[in-house]
Design a protein around this ligand. Structure first.
Ligand code: HEM
Length: 413
């Protein structure tokens, strides 16, 4: 499964065996001390993910960088740039996507990647829209939106890898180490670029869509909006958010995060059965694949009641153990348990808290050209038509339009 995906992302089929090969002697481990001895390049990459993303100093550095970029980039995308108007109407989908994907791009690769492919954020968003076609092998033409976006990103990454080390400033530990390790096992820049795309994609499939849904649920419920703004205001000072306070002292925001993640995460966990495995009164036979569908798990009526898709902002407040239930697995579990879950939570809470505190934000009643909307906006429907790889967006062609004004006394960069 993974091999096919690697090839679809651009890794040459002939290189795959080299990626899985275990080092034959200790030289490779010596050349690259962070590479665990005896691990193939693929397994080393997964280990490096964990070293970067599980709690510890490397995660702290990464999250400081990411949260700093989010804070600094907001003014670039909030529509205030170059405009005198105190309020403006924005697409919530575009706002969340632009800020969050741009911030993660700079956090992973540093600023230089944007000189080489200035449109990389839009390319990633285009790629994401149709990435399910790669995963499910849906036929598409050479000049499809997906292929064009993938090829532009790959070209940008090859140029990035060809650049001298001293211009690739500000990149993350993960990118640095994975690139060195792959170079040490003689993987060329084209194939290394495809691995970069894989990392870039994994980090960006879900967060901007989750942020969209969190803000949508909040904006459609004025009482909840007021409660969360009050709760998070204690973490907000001089235009910035105190992450430690936010993570520890904002239970209502935490409960909204958990509940939205439950409702909009429509992914599957897939595992190859490699040995006969007893499960209840059945035995799963080797050679088959088992799928765990989050949507079904997260709508288990025995756990979530007769109307399980109902959004209850207090659900996880009322039952503190619910997040540990076997019917709640938004980040999967076991060997492939999402290592990005700690970073993702900080990213979401900080982004939402910044939006609620920096801006006066509400559902727009006018279009961006100033004309009144003929009717109030409807709550958007979750896209259940596009095959899911994680959090899905709203049905194609729908969005939420928001009216945004910078709050008085808020000093933005
Ligand atoms: C709201 C945000 C996120 C959600 C809902 C999410 C969800 C998931 C899920 C469901 C899996 C598969 C788990 C399984 O098969 O059991 C996964 C895997 C993974 N995620 Fe995330 N993820 C998020 C954010 C991130 C971020 C920000 C990163 C990196 C910066 C990341 C990196 C990864 C990686 C590398 C894997 C593969 C792990 C492996 O196979 O060992 N994720 N994620």
């Amino acid at each position: 499964m993974l091999d096919e995906l690697l090839v679809a992302f651009g890794v040459s089929a002939t290189v795959i065996p080299k990626m899985w090969a275990k080092p034959e002697n200790s030289n490779e481990s010596l050349r690259n001390p962070d590479r665990a001895p005896g691990l193939s390049a693929i397994h080393s990459t997964l280990e490096m993910y964990k070293k970067q993303l599980l709690p510890g100093p490397r995660l702290d550095t990464l999250s400081d960088t990411l949260l700093g970029h989010i804070s600094n980039l907001m003014p670039l995308y909030d529509g205030s740039f170059g405009q005198g108007s105190p309020t403006r109407v924005l697409s919530l989908k575009d706002f969340c996507a632009s800020v969050l994907v741009d911030a993660l791009t700079r956090t992973l690769f540093g600023e230089h990647i944007r000189n080489l492919e200035p449109n990389i954020v839009q390319c990633l968003l285009d790629f994401n829209d149709d990435a399910w076609m790669l995963v499910f092998k849906y036929p598409q033409s050479a000049n499809s939106k997906l292929n064009v976006a993938r090829n532009r990103i790959l070209k940008g990454f090859v140029k990035y890898l060809d650049s001298p080390e001293h211009v690739r400033l500000g990149k993350s530990w993960l990118i640095d180490e994975v690139m060195k390790m792959l170079s040490n096992v003689d993987i060329n820049n084209k194939d290394r670029a495809a691995m970069l795309l894989m990392i870039y994609w994994a980090a960006n499939i879900n967060p901007y869509k989750l942020a969209f849904w969190m803000l949508t649920y909040i904006l459609f419920d004025s009482k909840l909006h007021a409660v969360l703004r009050e709760e998070t205001s204690h973490a907000y000072k001089d235009g910035e958010i105190d992450v430690t306070y936010l993570m520890a002292e904002c239970p209502r925001l935490d409960a909204v995060y958990l509940e939205v993640l439950r409702i909009v995460n429509t992914a599957l966990s897939a595992r190859k059965i490699v040995a006969p495995t007893p499960l209840g009164d059945k035995v799963l036979r080797s050679g088959n694949t088992i799928l765990i569908a989050f949507k079904q798990l997260h709508s288990n009526q025995a756990v979530y009641g007769v109307d399980p898709m109902h959004f209850d902002p207090d659900r996880f407040l009322k039952d503190k153990n619910l997040k540990n239930s076997s019917s709640y697995k938004p980040f999967g579990g076991g060997v492939n348990y999402c290592p990005g879950r700690f970073l993702a939570k900080q990213e979401m809470l900080v982004f939402v808290a910044l939006v609620l505190n920096r801006y006066n934000i509400r559902l727009a009643t006018q279009n961006s050209d100033g004309k009144s909307m003929s009717q109030p906006q409807h709550f958007p429907k979750l896209d259940m038509f596009t095959p899911a790889l994680g959090v899905n967006g709203p049905i194609k062609g729908t969005d939420v339009w928001v009216e945004l004004g910078v709050r008085e006394g808020t000093s933005l960069a």
